[in-house]
Design a protein. Structure first.
Length: 251
């Protein structure tokens, strides 16, 4: 089978695609018109050498450059033809990295879907890559750094998406990974408003790996945050810069 080098790469080095968390003393205007204390974020881009190499075969995705013996998150959102419509299919796994620093992921169904986007994250180092098979017109959009909001008092644990539906992945290096799917006016839409937008909370995220830890109470420095629009398959991804999470990953 022909193997093709993947897409775009993202480094674990802070500054490649990072969001800087600054708790602002001012107020942010909420959708309902009430002033809410909120954070200000600055998004910055910088070049850095790639750390992950991801390749495809017809029926598998491979990643190299990971921490040997560690864990790697593999996460994908795809649109697959089902007669007269396309079905959104999610694939995810916590994979053990071999002694060479490599992981092989074989999707169910025997082939890598053409219309699919992928994220691979090294849980030990936080290095990550996002992209799609070479034949698919992968589109990465700038990370919307102004979407973060304060939920519980003093906790930046919510994110407002300018999307009607969203798939999200959060990885905290050395701790775990969590996912959430949400749509406007669905049970995970915290603003409960018909506004073609979704407000999600970390409280609703679920462990990617069965038996994994509960989701963190707030976003923190070094978190890897990936957002996919399941309709267009556009992707935003970043690694956060900000206050460190307390020792042990708790809040």
């Amino acid at each position: 089978m022909t193997c093709c080098t993947l897409w775009m790469r993202r480094s674990a080095i802070p500054g490649l695609a990072a969001v800087l968390l600054i708790l602002a003393p001012g107020a942010a205007q909420g959708l309902g018109g009430a002033a809410q204390a909120g954070p200000a974020f600055s998004v910055r881009q910088a070049s850095a050498p790639p750390e992950l190499e991801v390749t495809f075969e017809e029926a598998a995705m491979m990643a190299a450059g990971l921490t040997p013996g560690g864990d790697a998150v593999v996460w994908s959102v795809a649109r697959e033809p089902q007669g007269h419509y396309q079905k959104v299919v999610r694939r995810e796994g916590m994979e053990v990295v071999d002694a060479l620093g490599e992981v092989r992921f074989d999707p169910d169904g025997g082939a890598v879907p053409l219309k699919s986007v992928w994220a691979v994250i090294d849980v030990a180092s936080g290095a990550f890559a996002v992209g799609a098979p070479p034949e698919f017109p992968f589109e990465e959009v700038p990370f919307p750094g102004k979407g973060f909001e304060v939920g519980a008092p003093g906790l930046v644990n919510r994110f407002r998406h300018d999307l009607e539906a969203v798939d999200q992945l959060l990885v905290r290096p050395g701790v775990g990974a969590w996912v959430l799917r949400a749509f406007d006016q669905g049970p995970e839409d915290r603003d409960e408003t018909d506004d073609d937008r979704v407000l999600t909370s970390l409280e609703d995220f679920v462990p990617l790996d069965a038996g994994g830890p509960d989701p963190p109470e707030r976003f923190a420095r070094d978190d890897v945050f990936v957002i996919v629009d399941p309709r267009s398959l556009r992707v935003s991804a970043t690694r956060l810069l900000g206050p460190p999470a307390p020792e042990g990953g708790g809040e």
